[in-house]
Structure formats: structure tokens, C-alpha cells
Design a protein around this ligand. Structure first.
Ligand code: DGP
Length: 112
């Protein structure tokens, strides 16, 4: 499939891999917005949270648990954020579901 993140996961494009299992691939964001900024990506091609269905519930939950484990490993549990940008109005630019994990600096609220 001609999808940027599918191509990264197939190894056709380079990325700094953090974690890989049968369901999930994690790599460093190419334009980090915080000292930790990684993308947690289900291997299943789902275009975005708005396109997910009940059968995707487990993988969506697993993405969050992987995020929590990475935050633990990186010792950023003082404060981190997980984010799905959904739709162009929220800044979604890659239409393959991905959870942002941001941390390692103070995070303001509300986000922009
Ligand atoms: P979003 O805007 O929510 O769709 O997030 C897409 C993120 O993907 C954005 O933070 C930048 C990142 N990104 C885009 N292209 C690449 C790439 O080729 N490699 C990596 N590692 N990250 C990318």
C-alpha cells in the first residue's frame, strides 16, 4: 500500500525504530515537538481514529499501553501526553492511525 507509514514499517523508508511487535511499530517523529516525541502506529492500516471500528478496540488500547511503557522507560512520567490528531482541522497530515507520545518538557494546556 502506498502509505508513508506502511512503507516505513515495511522498511522501504528509514525511521528510527523504538519498538516493534506483531501489532505495533514505534518510531521517532521526524519533526519532534518535545524531547520525547514518538509515534505509536498499529500495523493494520486504519486511516484515523474516525475510521476505526469496534474490532480495532484492542489495538487502540494496546497503543496506549505501549505509550505508557515507553514513558516509564524514558523516565518522563512527571508529565507526558498522548494525542491523536483526527482530521485536517486538527493537523492530521498522515492518514494512517498513529498515537503521538510527547514528553520531557512542561506541556501547556490547552494545546494549540
Ligand atoms: P499528524 O500531523 O498527526 O498526522 O502526525 C504526523 C507526524 O508524522 C508528524 O508529527 C511528522 C511525522 N512524520 C511525517 N513524515 C515522517 C517521516 O517520513 N518519518 C518520520 N519518522 N516521521 C514523519
Amino acid at each position: 500500500m502506498d502509505c508513508l507509514f506502511c512503507r516505513i514499517m515495511r522498511g522501504e523508508l528509514p525511521a528510527k525504530k523504538i519498538y516493534d511487535d506483531q501489532d505495533i511499530f514505534v518510531f521517532e517523529d521526524i519533526r519532534p515537538q518535545a524531547p520525547t516525541h514518538v509515534l505509536i502506529v498499529p500495523k493494520k492500516h486504519i486511516e484515523g481514529l474516525d475510521k476505526a471500528s469496534a474490532e480495532d478496540a484492542e489495538i487502540i488500547g494496546k497503543c496506549h499501553l505501549v505509550a505508557a511503557q515507553i514513558a516509564r522507560d524514558r523516565d518522563i512520567e512527571d508529565g507526558y501526553r498522548t494525542v491523536y490528531n483526527v482530521g485536517p482541522g486538527a493537523g492530521q497530515s498522515v492518514f494512517h492511525l498513529h498515537l503521538h507520545l510527547l514528553g520531557g518538557r512542561p506541556l501547556g494546556w490547552p494545546p494549540g
